[in-house]
Design a protein around this ligand. Structure first.
Ligand code: UDP
Length: 327
């Protein structure tokens, strides 16, 4: 990648965004991060604030059009709550209107800036556009099984609308927009309190509480380590394929396990814990299984995940030990 690229990352204070900012800086980019910390965490980027190539703008990207002086060569639109857990304050179910707006109005603000001033855009969509899938594993061509009025609709329908908006800017205004569908991702900088599966299991095991499995634990997910994911994000953004604008890529790890298997692995990797597993009522609208088909990213971009699950979870446990100060 050229050393002089200017990157703008919305949601740069978030879990994936903060790793992306760090990676772009290491590549020699200048990075502007826009975040209102609705779901991002200041500590994720605290170590970047002294870097002269890094700038933080504390702002809601949905609030108003972005000024021309934020012009960049690369726009990464990652801003959005992403945890489904309704019982946690920074989840998309707790911030439904903000979630709907950041993936529509906020995205439009980014797209309009690119349309006026040039530059490539990448929109972070989600595996949730496949809903509770009837096709398994999920290929990019699959149209999904989503409820437009269900409890997840503020997120999955907003992301679907966001994808449609991107295609309008590709087809009608010739903006170079790339789309990724991010599957479950984990690693350091996840919010231990965001209510998702691994943050819950790890913080529960570290504090000797029972690991809460919603339902019987036979649902599945496929988890990708965040460093792998970030490499995929860059591969999509920097692809030189002639059909890259408007092309969608699944990014995730195809290794699929049941929720029960993840719980058991966490218990095994935190040896001193006295935690057990407890079963809670199932979550309404919870997709029963999810696994990406990454054939397209693999064959067209040469990208695939490399970090082994056990290693990735160990690193994540160490991070959670630090930030939650329990051992
Ligand atoms: N889950 C669970 N216990 C928890 C948190 C999540 O059993 O404490 C389950 C959840 O019902 C879902 C899976 O783990 O089946 C993944 O949930 P997560 O919130 O991580 O993300 P999702 O994949 O649903 O977006």
């Amino acid at each position: 990648m050229s050393v002089s690229l200017r990157a703008l990352v919305t949601g740069g204070g978030g879990f994936i965004g903060s790793h992306l900012c760090r990676r772009l800086l290491a590549d020699g980019c200048t990075v502007t991060c826009i975040d209102n910390f609705a779901s991002g965490l200041r500590r994720n980027i605290a170590g970047l604030l002294d870097d002269p190539s890094f700038r933080l703008i504390e702002q809601d990207v949905s609030a108003e059009p972005l000024p021309d002086d934020l012009q960049a060569d690369r726009y990464y639109h990652l801003a959005s709550p992403a945890s489904p857990n309704p019982h946690t304050p920074r989840s998309y179910m707790a911030l439904p209107l903000e979630t709907a707006l950041v993936n529509s109005v906020g995205l439009r603000n980014v797209l309009e800036l690119a349309r006026r001033r040039g530059g490539r855009v990448l929109f972070a969509s989600t595996s949730e556009v496949y809903g509770d899938p009837h096709e398994h594993p999920q290929r990019e061509e699959y149209w999904g099984n989503v409820s437009s009025t269900g409890p997840r609709s503020c997120y999955d329908e907003a992301k679907r609308f966001g994808e449609a908006l991107c295609m309008i800017f590709v087809r009608s205004y010739d903006v170079d927009v790339r789309l990724i569908r991010i599957f479950n991702t984990y690693g350091p900088n996840m919010d231990p309190e965001d209510g998702r599966m691994l943050p819950n299991f790890i913080t529960q095991a570290l504090s000797n509480q029972a690991l809460t499995i919603y339902g019987d634990g036979q649902f599945t997910r496929s988890l990708c380590y965040v460093q792998d994911l970030v490499e995929g994000v860059l591969a999509v953004m920097e692809s030189s394929r002639s059909d890259a604008a408007g092309r969608v890529y699944n990014l995730g790890n195809p290794e699929e396990h049941t929720i029960l298997e993840y719980a058991k692995l966490v218990l095994e990797l935190i040896p001193a814990n006295r935690s057990r597993i407890t079963h809670m009522p199932p979550v309404p609208d919870d997709p029963s299984r999810r696994r990406p088909d990454i054939t397209r990213a693999k064959s067209e971009l040469g990208w695939e995940p490399r970090v082994a699950l056990r290693k990735g979870i160990e690193t994540t446990i160490n991070y959670f030990r630090e930030v939650t100060a329990v051992s």
